[in-house]
Design a protein around this ligand. Structure first.
Ligand SMILES: Cc1ncc(COP(=O)(O)O)c(C=O)c1O
Length: 435
């Protein structure tokens, strides 16, 4: 008998390209049919056929307190009763700005938008307006949303689908070469290439945008030296340093990666956790830079639903919850417990495997050691990942359907969830060896 899931996917594929509204959901990299969900609670998800899963995607990061947290749901229901949108200022936006400024003090001024893509796109426009320069520097395998200028050597779905990733060539069709020509791409964690680029054209660079811990080519951890050199070079040449903390914000530490590595960027972009599962993004930073924005300055940026009261409320409630004492210490410890258990299970089965975590983010790699760059990630064994992914899915463990995505743990993941996951991994690793 055909499952409801299969029927929904077949029908969706007729009306929605690929049957999905965002490409990584399509399971194209791992094969098989994407799962259609109907319910989530805490660390668990249930698909439309009633099967239960432990969720390590967490909506790609936002669900840091778990699904359907009662405080978040209650607050959203209450505020929704007062209208879903005004298109005019509310006190909730001020509360959010104050909270962001308290938790991420480098964000002296902040503007709310509706997605991470909007946040990075707008931050770059402000940086260009502020400096009067055009050139933008990014790093191989980092993903900053799907705006034109950022789809050069981009990570996430662009890696999964193996799109063109040569230097200066857009990763997506439909991006004019002239737009991509302003985007310069360097290798992550390569300090020398940074120095060389800045020596050559430092005074032409408007901004450098970076995932301070990368989660879009699987998890890649920066070296302190790399981030410090980047900070020093941007300062010396007057380039705006943008930390894209859409994924790392409030997740690797309460103050984000900038707190963890003690580096102060000029601008920061946020998304995911800041909306607690509803569409919120933010960009902000130095007041002198942010004052370039309309209506004060000449850089235009706007949004009908920016600062939407319902979405902001979900974010505010989530941010309140993650300020609980030891929240991040516990999340970090729980994530590490998972990673350590997976490593031990792989070693026991004799599978080439490595894993690591930062705060509530983790990476698993079918390679000898944890990669530090795009090239190293690409050398991991993708076939092994795909087999492992499907065995885990059969056991009710929902991992990202691609070898190039980081995983996420929430505060709702219990010791039992972790133990169950490691047991499933033991089985999956054994199957891998048997094949
Ligand atoms: C680091 C980073 N920046 C930007 C984005 C884009 O955010 P959104 O999908 O909300 O547009 C993402 C999405 O995964 C991301 O991980």
């Amino acid at each position: 008998m055909t499952s409801l899931n299969q029927t929904l996917f077949e029908k969706s594929s007729k009306l929605i390209p690929g049957g999905v509204n965002s490409p990584v959901r399509a399971f194209r990299s791992v094969g098989g049919t994407p799962i259609f969900f109907k319910k989530g609670l805490g660390s668990k998800l249930w698909d439309v056929d009633g099967k239960e899963y432990i969720d390590y995607i967490n909506s790609w990061g936002p669900m840091i307190v778990g699904h359907a947290h009662p405080d978040v749901i209650k607050a959203v229901q209450e505020v929704a009763a007062n209208s879903l949108s005004f298109g005019a200022p509310t006190g909730l936006e001020l509360e959010m700005a104050e909270l962001i400024n308290k938790l991420v003090p480098s964000m002296e001024q902040v503007r709310l938008v509706s997605s991470g893509t909007e946040a990075t796109m707008s931050a770059i426009r402000v940086a260009r307006g502020f400096t009067g320069r055009n050139k933008l520097v990014k790093f191989e395998g980092c993903y900053h949303g799907h705006s034109d200028a950022l789809l050069v050597k981009a990570g996430s779905g662009l890696l999964t689908f193996g799109k063109s990733n040569q230097l200066g060539v857009p990763s997506s069709a439909g991006v004019p070469a002239e737009v991509a020509a302003h985007t310069l791409t360097l290798e992550y964690n390569n300090t020398q290439s940074l120095k060389d680029l800045f020596a050559q054209m430092g005074d032409e660079i408007a901004c450098v945008i970076i995932e301070p811990v990368v989660g879009n080519m699987n998890l890649i951890v920066p070296t302190q030296e790399f981030l410090q050199t980047l900070r020093a070079l941007c300062t010396k040449h007057g380039a705006v340093l943008i930390f894209d903390e859409v994924m790392t914000g409030f997740r690797v530490a309460l103050g984000g990666a900038q707190a963890l590595y003690n580096i102060k960027p000029d601008m920061t972009t946020l998304g995911k956790v800041i909306g607690g599962g509803l569409p919120v993004g933010a960009f902000g930073g130095r007041k002198d830079i942010m004052q370039c924005l309309a209506p004060l300055g000449a850089v235009y940026q706007a949004g009908t639903l920016s600062g939407n009261p319902v979405a902001v409320t979900a974010g505010l409630e989530t941010l309140k919850l993650i300020q609980a004492p030891d929240f991040h210490a516990k999340l970090t410890a729980q994530t590490k417990k998972l990673v350590d258990g997976l490593k031990a299970a792989a070693a026991e089965a004799g599978v080439v495997f490595s894993a690591q975590s930062v705060g509530g983010m983790f990476g698993i790699y079918f390679s000898e050691k944890c990669p530090t760059s795009f090239n190293e990630v690409m050398q991991s064994n993708k076939d092994h990942f795909n087999q492992f992914f499907h065995s885990m899915l059969d056991s009710g463990i929902y991992l990202g359907p691609s070898a190039f995505e980081a995983g996420f743990v929430s505060a709702a993941h219990t010791d039992e969830d972790i133990a169950f996951t490691i047991d499933a991994a033991k089985k999956a690793f054994k199957l891998l060896v048997a094949h």
